[in-house]
Write a protein that binds this ligand. Structure first.
Ligand code: MG
Length: 225
């Protein structure tokens, strides 16, 4: 029997795509849902789940937590759909070639482990023309779990991972790296989000890439390192 495939889980925002639409949407959603203006920058791009953001924002103004996420989600997705119509339908450089190379291998299974909501992740993946690489869509999302670590753990299980099998997590934030370590995965950092290569290495990344444009180097970091 061949060894079980290595499970490679990808973060989405800042890792595979960068549309820069979420902070202004968050501003509007949080103003609408909890009455707090200009809060987007506090919560965007730091590796928090959307369920966590909605709950913490409600808590910060003393609103009931019950239903906060549902109101947040209902407000968010239509604004995202509208915003994506105005940004280039491309992933980050090198992403498509890297995903194509991974799809060609039979020793790798890929999945999604994003703090974003499933519906929002699907919209972004479709907009960037990378959804077909994740079909069937395995992984976990930030509307199902409150904590980044739980997203990662459930994403691994959804990809059929069991202990002893290779597990790699690719992300752009310190929180991604720390979560991967906590679950027992090998963290790979990519400095296309808000964190530098040095910061990701410092957080404990086993390998760090400036971006995915060097395909051999990318594959080596994801699989062979
Ligand atoms: Mg990210």
């Amino acid at each position: 029997m061949p060894p079980p495939p290595t499970v490679i889980l990808f973060d989405l925002d800042g890792t595979l795509v960068k549309f820069d639409v979420d902070a202004p949407i968050l501003d509007r959603v949080l103003a609408q849902v909890v009455g707090l203006p200009d809060q987007g920058r506090l919560y965007d791009g730091v590796g928090r789940t959307e369920r966590w953001i909605a709950t913490e924002a409600a808590r910060s103004v003393g609103m009931p937590l019950e239903g906060a996420f549902e109101r947040y989600a209902a407000a968010y997705t239509p604004l995202l759909r509208e915003a994506l119509a105005h940004v280039a339908p491309t992933p980050l450089p090198g992403v498509t070639a890297a995903l194509e190379a991974l799809r060609a291998r039979d020793d790798v299974v890929i999945g999604m482990a994003t703090g974003g909501m499933r519906a929002n992740a699907v919209l972004k993946m479709e907009h960037a023309r990378i959804a077909s690489f994740f079909d069937p869509l395995r992984g976990a999302f930030g509307d199902e779990h409150h904590d980044r670590v739980e997203v990662f753990r459930h994403a691994a299980l959804d990809c059929g991972w069991s202990g002893g099998q290779g597990l790699v997590f690719v992300g752009d934030t310190e929180r991604d790296i720390l979560s991967a370590l906590e679950v027992g995965g090998r963290p790979v950092g990519v400095a296309t989000g808000g964190f530098t290569e040095a910061q990701l290495r410092e957080a404990g990344a086993a390998a760090v890439l400036p971006d995915f444009t060097d395909l051999p180097r990318t594959l080596s970091a994801l699989i062979e390192a």
